[in-house]
Write a protein that binds this ligand. Structure first.
Ligand code: CDP
Length: 230
């Protein structure tokens, strides 16, 4: 098999560095990167726009099924998510979406729709996917499963720096509260809760630089997929 068929699942709590690391790993291996959190965020955004409550499971399921989601990589390497043809990359990171996304993504039928799409995308292999249930539900046969963690304090610090650069004026404590709340919700839900797959490799990134985490995953990928240099 060739290098570009490897499937890598990266799961972990909010702010553990999943998307930054996953993007770089995908780039280094020349394979696709799929941000599954962005998909749940997009469905949440659409539900908010249409005034559908997170408790209205029936409407949310229909809405998820009717939403067209497409990732496009721009010339500068950044990933953009188009929802029904509209670039929603910035809007899906807004505070109101972040506040509501855990409730929407706890709806089993919303998950069914999105997981199916994620599995189709991964069907060809050659993908790094990040989320909460990738190693456990979406890609249980992934060649490599990583579970990224970091202390709450460090995760809040990272997310705060990221959001400050985008004009956020709130405090680190507010961010920490949001991360804690979402982690509890994501880990406590009945369907596909956030948890490491039994065969995943845990990496605590609290004291590691991004490059070090990427390096470690690349190293692991060459062990778990030894045919990749052929
Ligand atoms: O980037 P951040 O850690 O803030 O979160 P995200 O990856 O954008 O995911 C946002 C939310 O979507 C999470 O808090 C989960 O509620 C949900 N999610 C999920 O349920 N399953 C996934 N595979 C990915 C995200």
């Amino acid at each position: 098999m060739k290098k570009n068929n490897i499937t890598i699942a990266i799961d972990g709590p909010a702010g553990s560095g999943k998307s930054t690391v996953a993007k770089r790993v995908a780039e280094a291996l020349g394979i696709l990167y799929l941000d599954t959190g962005a998909m749940y965020r997009a469905v949440t955004l659409k539900a908010l726009r249409e005034g559908i409550l997170p408790t209205d499971e029936e409407k949310l399921a229909v809405l998820a099924g009717e939403t067209d989601l497409a990732f496009v990589q721009a010339a500068d390497g950044t990933y953009h998510l188009f929802m029904d043809g509209q670039d929603v990359s910035a809007e899906i990171r807004s505070a109101v979406v972040t506040r509501n996304v855990s409730a929407v993504s706890a709806v089993p039928r919303v998950r069914e729709v999105l997981v199916k799409q994620q599995q189709i995308i991964a069907g060809q292999g050659g993908v790094v996917m990040d989320g909460r249930d990738i190693g456990t539900v979406v890609l249980p046969q992934a060649d490599l499963k990583i579970y990224l963690t970091a202390s709450l304090e460090e995760r809040a610090r990272r997310r705060w720096l990221e959001m400050k650069a985008k004009g956020f004026t709130g405090t680190k404590e507010e961010i920490a509260e949001d991360l804690k709340r979402r982690d509890a919700y994501d880990a406590g839900r009945a369907v596909s809760p956030l948890k490491p797959a039994p065969d995943s490799i845990n990496i605590d990134t609290s004291a590691l630089r991004i490059e070090e985490v990427v390096e470690r995953i690349l190293e692991l990928s060459s062990f778990s997929f030894p045919g990749q240099e052929e």
